[in-house]
Design a protein around this ligand. Sequence first.
Ligand code: UDX
Ligand code: ADP
Length: 470
Amino acid sequence: MAPVKVQKICCIGAGYVGGPTCAVIALNCPDIQVTIVDLNQARIDAWNSKDFKLPIYEPGLEDVVRKARGRNLFFSTDVDKAINEADLIFVSVNTPTKKSGVGAGFAADLNYVELATRRIASVATSSKIVVEKSTVPCRTAESMRTILEANSKPNCHFDILSNPEFLAEGTAINDLLKPDRVLIGSLQTPEGIDACTALADVYANWVPKERILTVGLWSSELSKLAANAMLAQRISSINALSAICEATGANIDEVANAIGFDSRIGPKFLKASVGFGGSCFQKDILNLVYLSESLHLPEVAAYWRQVVDMNEYQKRRFAKTVVDTLFKTITGKRIAVLGFAFKADTGDTRESAAITLIKDFVAEKALVQIYDPKVEHEQIWLDLAEAIPGTPIEAIKKQVTICASPVEAASKAEAVVIATEWKEFKEIKWEDIYATMDKPAFVFDGRLLLDAEKLRKIGFHVTTIGRGAA
Ligand code: UDX
Ligand code: ADP
């Protein structure tokens, strides 16, 4: 049998991964009909909104959707119809860390993947290529295959591929248009290799052939966890060094620059910070830890766990620095937190370091004034309610305010904390911030974003992560 020529794609899950990925596929493959489906009606309505108020903020995304929507890109809640029509189905649903049961706090919750897979099995009346796109533990493809085979109708054959997504939020469109690589894993059987070729041909519409890597199914699944673990490990390593810098008077930027010149190390992903966040790093490492433990490799598990432990330490260390510097108490003091997203250029707050900081400030009885240019207010309240369980949201709202501008957030505050590296924070008129704050006015730069010397000239006391006291 020759590989199928893919004509219709269905993507189950219209989130941060499924939405942008399949929008870019539609843009680059005008001959393929791409339908992105989701159970969440509000999300689909937003994708279909006339004024392009899309459910996620991602630079360049609106442009892609404007070009392809209604041409060969469609958003729908009719999951069954899209499954049935498609030759190839991406499963791009959420895979959060389990909150209860075996592996709670570590293992991935595969309930959504399983439900989507069962849906495919129950409604499909013809053969399909099913592609696992969500980040999942190794051997998930194998479970999907078992479910599909056990529940399929006669004459329905399913080939399973793993095609992990490596996009980073904030740069997703560029990452998708010019990926470092596309990775496709398949069973090394003739059918598996044909399915792999069918998907590779889709990407070949815009990705150079040498960047499309085809490997075994399990290598592909493990590579995604490994890539994220290695990236996060670099951040934890530089953050560990930032603590040494603060204690010795060395400068973490100078250290990162010096080591990054070594071509074997390279300059990227060496920015010290208040801690990494996002939906992937912590989840994927904990997945790797769980996998290692399940494989009876406790030393390997402990090694990777330390990357997450160091990240927790960094967040707590930063919060403690704020309290210690403000004369060891922040009770009743106003603290402005600039940035709530886990990184700049996204409205996503999953695992954002800002959440941990604010939780600690609230526990210390401070009054927190938050400003973020993109995050929805409702999302901030949801995150804080989850992070501070047992405290009614009305009580949280007595201590936390969401503000419409940096100046409003800084009003009568004793300290400004930079939690996200939004470019606009560099461009603030810091004189105005100074004027509105109580004195002495402190700035804590958790993102190495600001020109500390300039701020000191205005009168601020500045503490920058990875730099000894001036
Ligand atoms: C990451 C991976 O980069 C991507 O390949 C994968 O598909 C999903 O997970 P993402 O989480 O969207 O992407 O963003 P990323 O740019 O990797 O940043 C993750 C976190 O690390 C952010 O909180 C960021 O601020 C932080 N970070 C990043 C640092 O603290 N220092 C750095 O040098 C780089
Ligand atoms: P990610 O960052 O991995 O894309 P998101 O949470 O942003 O994760 O998106 C996952 C999407 O998948 C959500 O919008 C959710 O409603 C959707 N979803 C989960 N399970 C199913 C399912 N069985 N059928 C359709 N959509 C689903």
